[in-house]
Design a protein around this ligand. Structure first.
Ligand code: ADP
Ligand code: GLC
Length: 478
């Protein structure tokens, strides 16, 4: 079965977060199940550099304001549209962190090309199904339904419902959709145009990245305005947990960490820990090193963490934080760190290598998110024997077994889970972590239990494959 995937990021070519990891890893997990995925992504400078010369498989004289081509390189399709994607800055915004003002046009362009491809624009290529990710690719399903590919089933995955791609109604006439599409059962959303909303409306199936988040987004508190539509389409909504790429993330062979190790011999972690201390300017001490690897945003609860740092230090913990994002949060963290030299080290950067080092050398990772659709860093942490201390929300609660008395007695605890959105709950969790770390034996048991947990893509890829097959069969019967 041929599936066309459409996304705005894909590891290792372009990554700002977990979306890229998922889009990058899922195809390899589906291949052994007889599903061949071709992925369309934008031709950002980094992508064009990495893929070099591809075969031109489609051309546009005017794709929303300029010429464009689709390049094929193995199972990758790259939309080379320099007027949209070749810019100094990030995938979504300028170097100052402001969204590009024409994001609506850039991702309408990506989506309309995806729909053209689904409809046969590339010679000898006809996907049986189209799978789009997040709002940037969501309009593909609108273009498909109003174009040649209206019979091909479409799946949309919500990685984060907080990002919806909401724009003014004034853009509608430029999108090239029929006037009838500007309707409640089309792309119209609270008087404007909603890209994610459109995708959810037109999809044959909606998935999101953990079972808990699938339930949470049906509520007003977490649905962020889309809960009504999601409830109405609830029988099409599936929570499928993300997996991790166990080749990229394997402490026994990881080229990005100083010393390799496995669950039987955790001794190698000591030298990795020393490397973390050097990298983050931490004093050598007996207490645990807590790590953070995160976008610095409100979602991630980084302001709650900043307030808890004095207590973390008072308990005998140290903090090594790698993150980038919101300037105000960065500054707040840097200000607290300045007060605790040798105890708190902060690296405001995006650095894949350091993220691996932290998982391999820190004792625990903190994920105090206010909401978290799935979360991948706690899964990498489990595999690396870095104990996750996480908020009970979304995929975090689905993947970490709290070290309560029952779990410790049964030997199944893999981390510490605390109430979300509460500084007090975070402080208590930190205290429990420090205590268990000092006791030694229960900590080691958590590390070992976590390293045994299997969060590879196997099971979840099977869920996607079954869903794809059911949709294709239904489409063939219709
Ligand atoms: P989200 O997608 O919401 O940011 P996830 O936990 O799903 O959260 O995925 C985050 C991904 O980005 C992980 O692969 C994590 O290691 C990586 N990451 C986040 N911040 C950084 C950073 N500053 N440097 C390197 N990698 C980072
Ligand atoms: C989003 C979510 C994160 C999830 C990732 C991959 O960025 O914030 O929780 O793990 O997508 O699905």
């Amino acid at each position: 079965m041929d599936v066309l995937a459409v996304a705005s990021e894909m590891y290792p070519l372009i990554k700002t977060g977990g979306l890229a990891d998922v889009v990058g890893a899922l195809p390899a997990a589906l291949a052994p199940l007889g599903i061949s995925v071709t992925t369309l992504i934008p031709g950002y400078p980094a992508v064009l550099r990495a893929v070099g010369k591809g075969k031109v498989v489609a051309r546009y004289d005017d794709l929303f304001g300029g010429p464009a081509r689709v390049l094929r390189v193995k199972s990758l399709l790259v939309l080379d549209a320099p007027h949209h994607f070749v810019r100094d800055g990030g995938a979504y915004g300028d170097p100052g962190g402001n969204d590009w003002p024409d994001n609506w046009r850039r991702f309408a362009a990506l989506s309309s090309v995806a729909a053209d491809i689904a409809g046969g624009a590339i010679k000898d290529y006809r996907p049986a199904l189209v799978h789009v990710h997040d709002w940037q690719a969501a309009m593909t399903l609108a273009y498909m339904r109003h174009g040649h590919a209206h019979k091909i089933p479409g799946v949309i995955t919500i990685h984060n419902i907080a990002f919806q791609g909401r724009f003014d109604a004034g853009i509608f006439p430029i999108l090239g959709l029929p006037p009838s599409a500007f309707a409640v059962d089309g792309v119209e959303y609270y008087g404007g145009v909603g890209y994610l909303k459109a995708g959810l409306q037109y999809a044959d199936a909606i998935t999101t990245v953990s079972p808990a988040y699938a339930a949470e987004i049906l509520t007003p508190a977490q649905g962020m305005g889309l809960e009504g539509l999601l409830n109405a389409r609830g029988n099409r909504l599936h929570g499928i947990l993300n997996g991790i790429d166990t080749h990229e993330w394997n402490p026994a062979v990881d080229p990005l960490i100083p010393v390799h190790y496995n669950a039987r011999g955790l001794i190698g972690r000591r030298r990795n820990r020393a490397a973390v201390e050097r990298k983050f300017g931490l004093a050598r001490e007996a207490g645990p090193i807590f790590a953070v690897v995160s976008r610095l945003t409100w979602q991630k609860g980084m302001d709650i963490l900043a307030d808890a740092i004095p207590d973390l230090v008072a308990m005998g913990g140290r903090l090594a934080l790698l993150g980038s994002g919101d300037r105000a949060i960065e500054n707040a963290l840097l200000a607290v760190a300045g007060r605790y030299p040798g105890k708190v080290g902060i690296l405001t950067a995006y650095d894949e290598g350091v993220s691996h080092l932290l998982q391999a050398g820190a004792d625990a990772i903190l994920v105090p998110s206010r909401f978290e659709p799935c979360g991948l860093t706690q899964l990498y942490a489990l595999r690396y024997g870095c104990v996750p201390v996480v908020a009970r929300t979304g995929g975090l609660g689905d993947t970490v077994i709290d070290a309560n008395e029952a779990a410790i007695a049964a030997g199944v605890a893999t981390g510490i889970v605390h109430d979300a959105n509460s500084g007090l709950a975070l402080r208590r969790a930190l205290q429990r972590a420090v205590t268990l770390f000092r006791q030694g034996e229960p900590w080691l048991a958590m590390q070992r239990a976590g390293m045994k947990a299997d969060f590879s893509w196997g099971r979840s890829a099977g869920c996607y494959a079954a869903l794809y097959r059911a949709l294709v069969e239904r489409a063939e019967e219709a």
